[in-house]
Design a protein around this ligand. Structure first.
Ligand code: NAI
Length: 210
């Protein structure tokens, strides 16, 4: 069967649509339209229809979309109809901030284990999760069937942590450390660098001067 290549920008917009639909659903609204969604997230109605069309027919002509059904469809497409266990490595400033972000849990990403190499952090609680010694990473991540690992350690230790996460069976890594990681092709790797986003902003602001 020929598989359709879905643009990454579409996947990102689906995530935005689902968050918007969650808000709309909370307000008790039953039906919506591509125009309403477009207004809510700041894209064109044609873009909403095009993005959804990748995944088949949704909604009824003239009636629109049932909010709950469309939200469920999108969550299923994004693989979010079940919770994902997440392991966080690095209980520093960034690690703490990520742990206290309620949006992860609301969207089905549950930080089930946290590891650090600093003995003064091991044994402390972050929310209801105890920080464990890094030596236990492979064993615990394997047991808890963690699918996603977040790396929030300094660059120097990040590759070693990536290797351990992969050995423990993690399928996807979100890397915050400013370093290029080598991972096998079957591992989904995303690097997050807020500085790059700031640089895009400064470039765009600067470009207006030329
Ligand atoms: P931090 O120094 O506050 O925390 C790092 C934590 O990692 C500490 O608790 C430390 O004990 C632990 N650690 C160090 N080596 C380890 C190892 N081998 N195994 C397990 N734990 C280890 O640093 P912060 O500010 O939280 O930053 C963490 C990382 O995230 C850094 O690489 C930093 O550059 C990056 N960062 C990236 C951002 C981005 O936009 N991508 C934004 C902020 C930080």
């Amino acid at each position: 069967m020929k598989t359709l290549k879905i643009p990454e920008a579409t996947i990102i917009r689906l995530s935005v649509y689902s968050r918007h639909l969650t808000d709309v659903d909370r307000k008790g609204i039953i039906t919506t339209s591509s125009g309403d969604i477009a207004d809510g997230v700041g894209v064109s109605p044609a873009q909403v229809r095009k993005d959804l069309a990748y995944f088949g027919e949704f909604g009824t002509r003239g009636v629109g979309y049932n909010v709950k059904d469309l939200r469920q469809h999108i969550l299923r497409i994004l693989g979010l109809s079940a919770d994902w266990n997440v392991t966080l490595v690095g209980a520093g400033n960034l690690g703490l901030a990520l742990c206290s972000y309620k949006g992860f849990r609301e969207r089905g990403f549950i930080i089930t284990s946290i590891f650090d190499s600093d003995p003064s952090k091991v044994g402390t609680m972050i929310g209801n999760v105890k920080v464990l010694p890094i030596e236990q990473l492979e064993e615990v991540a394997q047991q808890s069937q963690t699918q996603i690992g977040i790396i929030a350690v300094p660059a120097a230790g990040a590759q070693e942590i990536a290797d351990k996460l992969i050995k423990a069976g993690v399928q996807a890594i979100l890397n915050f450390a400013p370093v290029v990681l080598n991972v096998p092709p079957q591992i989904e790797l995303r690097n997050v660098d807020l500085a790059v986003n700031l640089e895009v902003l400064t470039f765009n602001v600067g470009a207006q001067r030329f």
